[in-house]
Write a protein that binds this ligand. Structure first.
Ligand SMILES: Cc1ncc(C[n+]2csc(CCOP(=O)(O)OP(=O)(O)O)c2C)c(N)n1
Length: 343
């Protein structure tokens, strides 16, 4: 009998099923669409601020795949839209946050791109760079203290945040106490207008791990499978009592830092265009197309669906009411009757 000839290219799938590989593509497409929507809404004057994670999609889809829902705890930073989508926050949750509506999971009080969902294990974001790293170490310490095993804390930052004292304190404390935590550094080369070379005298952030006595790992953050592979090892080490890991995922930031920043004043367009060759989204689309995991029609349909879901969530969130003025001091001052400005 003739041997079946398959057109499928060999695929490094990191042990993931077709459905999981497709789920990562979905996550990446949705992340980019929602990022763009944030910028559009800002330029339309509908929301005060937006941040983009364009270029981070692959590493966030891969890291989310290594996160155990209902078990692990995520302490993210503001550029983690894909990661929070991947652990169960919905497009409607995100847009309700951007529009600061009452139904927002922080009651319409948080900044755009400052996500939280207690029921999904996502801790509220701190705008103070690296302050959340000590919170994350504290949460990991609490897991150890209360004897909860099999759970890990995932704490993310950019590479610029690793210059902050609190990052070092959190890493040191975690290593000393062998805490169940993974510090994921999304190294996009820039901290607003400060390049990595002006931030540290080393090439790899992962090298900082050895000074504190924890393992440092590096992965290609433009490849979701490579990131998943690395994060799986690190998260399993944390869950099984092996202690903390520092993971550095190399990527690039394609957009300005935020809608309040104009990157043309510090980054030349040629370098940006060169980096586009490594754009994780079309790269991963090609991988799945060549492996026959998805076909052109499937990809087109998926993109249409992502746009439709983004539009629906935008319209729904925009139609929701703002928080009531009566609710202004909730979670701000102790006691409903305390109104210091009236005294
Ligand atoms: C303590 C503190 N200093 C400065 C800022 C202003 N700030 C906000 S984001 C940012 C850059 C952080 O860069 P990085 O950690 O590399 O993350 P990226 O934004 O590149 O993803 C700075 C300096 C801040 N929020 N907190």
């Amino acid at each position: 009998m003739a041997k079946t000839v398959t057109a499928r290219a060999a695929l490094d799938r990191g042990g993931l099923t077709d459905d999981q590989l497709i789920a990562m593509l979905w996550n990446m497409l949705l992340q980019r669409q929602l990022d763009n929507r944030g910028f559009q809404l800002n330029r339309q004057g509908k929301i005060p601020f937006a941040l983009g994670s364009e270029g981070h999609e692959a590493l966030q889809a891969g890291a989310a795949m290594a996160f155990a829902r209902g078990v692990d705890i995520l302490v993210p930073y503001y550029r983690d839209l894909g990661l929070v989508l991947g652990v169960g926050i919905t497009p409607l949750d995100l847009l309700t946050n951007m529009f600061a509506r009452e139904a927002d999971l922080s009651g319409g009080r948080q900044f755009p791109n400052h996500y939280t969902a207690r029921d999904r294990g996502v801790v509220s974001i701190s705008s103070i760079i690296a302050a959340h790293c000590t919170h994350a170490a504290g949460i990991a310490y609490a897991l150890t203290y209360t004897g909860e095993s099999g759970r890990a804390v995932l704490c993310t930052t950019g590479e610029g945040s690793t210059s902050q004292g609190e990052w070092h304190e959190a890493i040191n404390f975690s290593a000393i106490h062998k805490l169940p935590i993974v510090f994921l550094v999304e190294n996009n080369g820039w901290a607003i207008s400060t390049p990595q070379s002006a931030q540290m005298a080393i090439r790899d952030v992962a090298d900082k791990a050895s000074g504190y006595g924890l393992p440092g790992m590096i992965c290609d953050g433009t490849d979701p499978v490579a990131t998943y592979r690395t994060m799986k090892v690190a998260m399993e080490r944390a869950r099984s009592g092996g202690g903390p890991t520092l993971v550095e995922a190399k990527c690039y930031r394609f957009l300005s830092h935020s809608t309040d920043d104009d990157d043309r004043v510090y980054r030349d367009r040629e370098t940006l265009a060169e980096q586009r060759a490594d754009d994780p989204l079309p790269k991963y689309e090609r991988v799945l197309l060549e492996a026959g995991i998805i076909d052109d029609a499937g990809l087109t349909a998926m993109k249409a669906d992502v746009l439709k879901q983004t539009n629906t969530a935008t319209d729904e969130a925009e139609a929701l009411p703002y928080p009531s003025v009566d609710d202004m001091t909730t979670h701000v001052y102790a006691g409903a009757a305390y109104e210091p400005w009236l005294e």
